[in-house]
Design a protein around this ligand. Structure first.
Ligand code: HXC
Length: 267
């Protein structure tokens, strides 16, 4: 689908995306790039990064891939330094790296729980923390949003309770809390906006192939509320937040799920 945004809304900006080599993270990278941003993507798997970078370049986007694991502080520091070295500045950090699997709480080891907390929550904090010094002076330096922007990819799992997702629900609840705390402190001190996006089930993603049952009733599939979203939908939300249209939005997590999390079974 065509973007409704002008192609130059992020002209000259630099964005770093964790988990930017695949899934939702890749599509956000692509759309930020198509709207003028220079893109750095961070991920653990070199082959995934390499193919994502060549794919981004095939769209005319300036992109680099930087290997690293958000669980390692040294990797975070190194990747941020490389971003500055290669692209000169940092305006937008998108935390899209995540880990997930379906498992009943009874069968989940504390280390399995910790692994997802480490990737999603601690990883998000680590990247924000190490990015701060660059984001402080990342923006255009005038007007109402002179600092940089952080977007944390969350979920809606923890708004209620979700079967076999105790680890991810806890991790994304922490992510939302991190979003609010940083929005308060860094919004006040540095004019940095910190927001989240909570996607519903998005087609063609690891999240959906790992988590969503293949057995969906025909009745459900007919209802707008139960439609899968597209990666494009999440990328458009990110563009809105990253553009000047989002300049007064800080500390919120935007739910992009077609209203699904509100639903209950019909009686
Ligand atoms: C039970 C499991 C498990 C499983 C791993 N563990 N997979 N437990 N069921 N399926 C446990 C292991 O037993 C181990 O604990 C601990 O977790 C660490 O496992 P490792 O394999 O060593 O971890 P690692 O190699 O670092 O892999 C991380 C991972 C993996 C999270 C487990 O799945 C991964 O790398 N995923 C990244 C990609 C991904 O999943 N993306 C999807 C995001 S979707 P013990 O005790 O044995 O040592 C998403 C959507 C959310 O986030 C919302 C959607 C609506």
């Amino acid at each position: 689908m065509e973007s409704p945004f002008r192609p130059d809304i992020l002209k000259g900006k630099v964005a770093l995306l964790t988990g930017g080599g695949s899934g939702i993270g890749y599509e956000i990278s692509r759309q930020l790039g198509k709207h003028g941003a220079f893109i750095a993507i961070m991920g653990r798997r070199k082959n995934v990064l390499d193919s994502a970078v060549s794919s981004l370049r095939s769209f005319g986007i300036s992109a680099i891939g930087l290997e690293g694991d958000v669980r390692k502080r040294d990797d975070a520091v190194r990747v941020l330094e490389s971003t500055i070295k290669h692209l000169g500045r940092l305006d937008i950090l998108v935390n899209a790296a995540a880990g997930n699997f379906l498992v009943p709480a009874e069968d989940l080891s504390p280390n399995g729980f910790r692994t997802v907390m480490d990737i999603d929550s601690v990883g998000t904090f680590t990247m924000c923390h190490e990015a701060l010094k660059y984001l402080k002076k990342g923006g255009p330096g005038k007007g109402p949003s002179s600092g940089g922007l952080i977007i944390n990819i969350s979920a809606t799992l923890h708004y209620t309770a979700t079967w076999y997702q105790i680890h991810v629900s806890a991790a994304k609840a922490a992510v939302d809390s991190i979003t609010r705390s940083l929005a308060l402190e860094w919004g006040t001190d540095y004019d940095i906006r910190v927001n989240g996006i909570a996607p519903g089930p998005i087609e063609d993603t690891a999240g959906v192939s790992k988590l969503v049952s293949e057995v969906r009733s025909n009745a459900e599939e007919q209802e707008p509320l139960f439609k899968f979203g597209e990666k494009w939908d999440i990328a458009m939300a990110a563009l809105y937040l990253a553009s000047d249209a989002g300049k007064y939005i800080n500390g919120t997590t935007m739910v992009v799920d077609g209203g699904l999390w509100l639903s209950k079974p019909r009686h």
